[in-house]
Design a binder for this molecule. Structure first.
Ligand code: ATP
Ligand code: ZN
Length: 291
């Protein structure tokens, strides 16, 4: 009889029953809260598209997706997109697939460059009012592959005091990272510039035009998993949300640390937010135990 009960649980019609069991097992207080949350994702490449699928399968309330590119056959070494979607805009193709997987997710999708002057106002409006009831979104995820887009997101989230997570995979596809940015509390993207910029090199080298970067669905899948695991921890308030988590695939090394903000950060708003944070000790969030 015990076995019958167990198999009944496994074959429960509700695809979310396994997720709801997280409550019974004492992991989260209330998993169903996930339906109230909105996550905004910029970039639906190797990391962002998989991240969007994971959130969709977890029953997220709303996704707001941005990407200016089309699906290409050359992208088929990545997960998520299918050959028959070649030629469609990534956001349109993603919206189709994600709604097939879970029609309960509300999805807004915008096919444009977030960096241009014309689109920037619309973009920040989506961050500040894109939530399910017109409030700010709960989290912003950067899954882009270039410096300019990361700077735009750093400025937008800094100006709006919006918590966001940055992610990336190295050009040789062997390592990756995720980083959570709490304006004023942790280093922003400009506090600790990437090595090439810090050493006076050409910032365009970060993503060299015309150079074909390597990419592996494995590394990108791992980084997407780390990103969304930390998104779930942040939204549903369980475990420790990482500050900076690296992944070095050759040695299976996962460095994990906090980066303090730079009081001389070139982004003025970051320095202002650091003052606000330091002057309001009661507003300090509890630091994750593992840092
Ligand atoms: P590759 O560069 O190797 O051809 P990719 O462009 O798909 O692949 P990824 O790193 O897998 O690169 O994904 C990054 C995604 O971010 C891309 O889909 C790209 O179109 C998107 N992206 C980058 N910058 C912007 C931007 N400014 N506005 C909107 N989307 C952007
Ligand atoms: Zn900064």
């Amino acid at each position: 009889q015990k076995i019958q009960e167990m198999s009944q649980e496994v074959h429960d019609d509700n695809p979310y029953s396994r997720l709801m069991a997280l409550k019974r097992m004492g992991v989260v207080e209330n998993y169903t809260e996930i339906r109230n949350f909105t996550v905004l994702i910029v970039g639906l490449g190797g990391i962002g598209s998989v991240a969007a699928e994971m959130l969709t399968r977890c029953g997220i309330g709303k996704l707001i997706l941005f990407d200016y590119d089309k699906v290409e056959l050359a992208n088929m070494n990545r997960l998520f997109f299918r050959p028959d979607q070649a030629g469609l805009s990534k956001v349109e193709a993603a919206k189709q697939t994600l709604l097939e997987i879970n029609p309960d997710v509300e999805i807004d999708a915008f096919s444009y460059n977030i960096c241009t002057m014309d689109n920037y106002d619309h973009f920040i409006q989506q961050i500040s009012t894109g939530g399910k009831n017109g409030e700010a979104v709960n989290l912003v995820l950067a899954c882009v592959d270039n410096y300019a887009a990361r700077i735009t997101m750093n400025r937008a989230c800094g100006d709006l005091n919006q918590v966001w997570m940055e992610s990336g995979v190295s050009e040789d596809a062997m390592s990756g990272h995720i980083q959570t940015i709490y304006p004023g509390e942790t280093a922003c993207f400009e506090c600790a510039p990437p090595y090439v910029v810090a050493s006076g090199g050409d910032e365009h080298e970060i993503k060299r035009e015309g150079v074909c970067a390597a990419s592996l669905p494995t590394t990108m899948g791992v980084v997407a998993g780390l990103l969304i695991q930390n998104t779930l921890k942040y939204l549903l308030r369980f475990g420790n949300v990482t500050y900076y988590l690296g992944y070095s695939s050759k040695t299976d090394y996962f460095p994990n640390y906090m980066m303090s903000p730079n009081p001389e950060c070139p982004f003025r708003r970051c320095v202002e937010m650091q003052k606000v944070y330091n002057e309001n000790p009661e507003k300090k969030r509890v630091k994750p135990e593992n840092t």
